[in-house]
Design a protein around this ligand. Structure first.
Ligand SMILES: [Zn+2]
Length: 337
């Protein structure tokens, strides 16, 4: 079954006479504004997705609308958060005025995470590790003793293997090898995800962590891919709205790209246009970490719906046949069940 037969009601772009460059430009424009791609997800009852994240709030800034969309389509969706985010800063000026945020930040962040999961309609577990913090300085100081990123891989991956064998996800999403952001906990989250993806189905590995279960597909998150930033930037400029991406794009164009910025091509675009408000609610639930006037809310949702109503991923492992590009993380799995 091809992907397109799973959907109906997708927008179509009118045919353009060849040889007319103006018509071609118009068609390109139309293609980028109203892509001929599915606008919703098929019924996902019986399918399970696990998203692995480093800190509470990461799940709301990367792939949140995707998770809300799958939960609404009937899938069981679980977020695993590696650390408690104990070393996070207070990033919302309004929260910095609340005493409890200084006295008990980990406690406040646990409650924020509970509300975010509720807003998205997903399940949530803590893997139980301690935040490593973002080392700053030259040379960078050593990691705190016993923190998540300083642990041996097998010790750090064991709780995730146990969770995979209990929850039995078909699909796992995680960060790429650079962490998507050069925080030691993000890089470690990538490492335990890849380790657990491969080990969970092997009865010889992690024998004390439950009955083997082999997940079928592994994806890296591509929330901040250059194509998306460029498309949003151009649409905002055209509409006379200040673009939060300008400085970053100019830097990249001058060749000033940070070396952690990987170039994985997006393979999979999940339609999330109807779930952007749920993502916003989840972000706002992380009151200490997310400024409601900040970057994540700088692009109006109506713009996102028109220009880029997708959460983007790259398929890196698959035990099932699938056709790229995909518009569904479970593509190839529905045919099996
Ligand atoms: Zn993080």
């Amino acid at each position: 079954m091809s992907d397109t037969t799973l959907f109906d009601g997708s927008a179509t772009v009118g045919s353009v006479p060849s040889g007319d460059p103006r018509a071609e430009t118009a068609a390109d424009e139309l293609q980028s504004r109203a892509p001929q791609q599915p606008q919703g997800l098929p019924d996902s009852t019986g399918l399970r997705l696990l998203a692995v994240h480093a800190h509470p709030d990461d799940e709301s800034s990367k792939g949140a609308a995707m998770m809300a969309a799958y939960a609404d389509a009937g899938a069981e969706v679980m977020v695993a958060t590696a650390t408690g985010g104990e070393l996070g800063d207070l990033l919302n000026p309004a929260a910095a005025e609340i005493h409890q945020c200084h006295r008990d930040l980990p406690g406040v962040r646990r409650e924020e995470m509970r509300r975010a999961a509720e807003a998205l309609g997903v399940q949530h577990v803590w893997l139980g590790f301690t935040d490593s913090g973002l080392p700053e300085g030259d040379p960078t100081p050593p990691l705190p003793f016993g923190c998540f990123a300083a642990l041996p891989l097998e010790q750090a991956a064991a709780p995730l293997v146990r969770l995979i064998r209990r929850f039995r996800p078909h699909v796992i999403t995680c960060y790429d090898e650079s962490g998507g952001y050069p925080h030691p906990d993000h890089i470690m989250s990538h490492r335990i995800s890849v380790e657990a993806y491969h080990a969970a189905g092997d009865p010889q590995r992690y024998p004390d962590c439950g009955q083997p279960w082999a997940p079928q597909k592994l994806y890296y998150d591509r929330a901040f891919n250059p194509g998306r930033l460029r498309a949003l930037h151009e649409a905002l400029v055209e509409a006379g709205i200040e673009s939060p991406y300008e400085e970053r794009l100019l830097r990249y164009e001058k060749g000033d790209r940070p070396d952690w910025l990987t170039t994985h091509e997006v393979t999979t675009k999940v339609p999330v246009g109807d779930y952007l408000e749920k993502r916003d609610a989840a972000l706002r639930a992380h009151r200490t970490q997310v400024d409601p006037e900040g970057f994540f809310f700088a692009t109006p949702n109506d713009f996102l719906r028109e220009v880029w109503p997708y959460d983007d991923f790259v398929l890196v492992e698959s035990a099932v046949e699938t056709e790229l590009p995909e518009y569904d993380l479970f593509a190839g799995l529905r045919e099996q069940s």
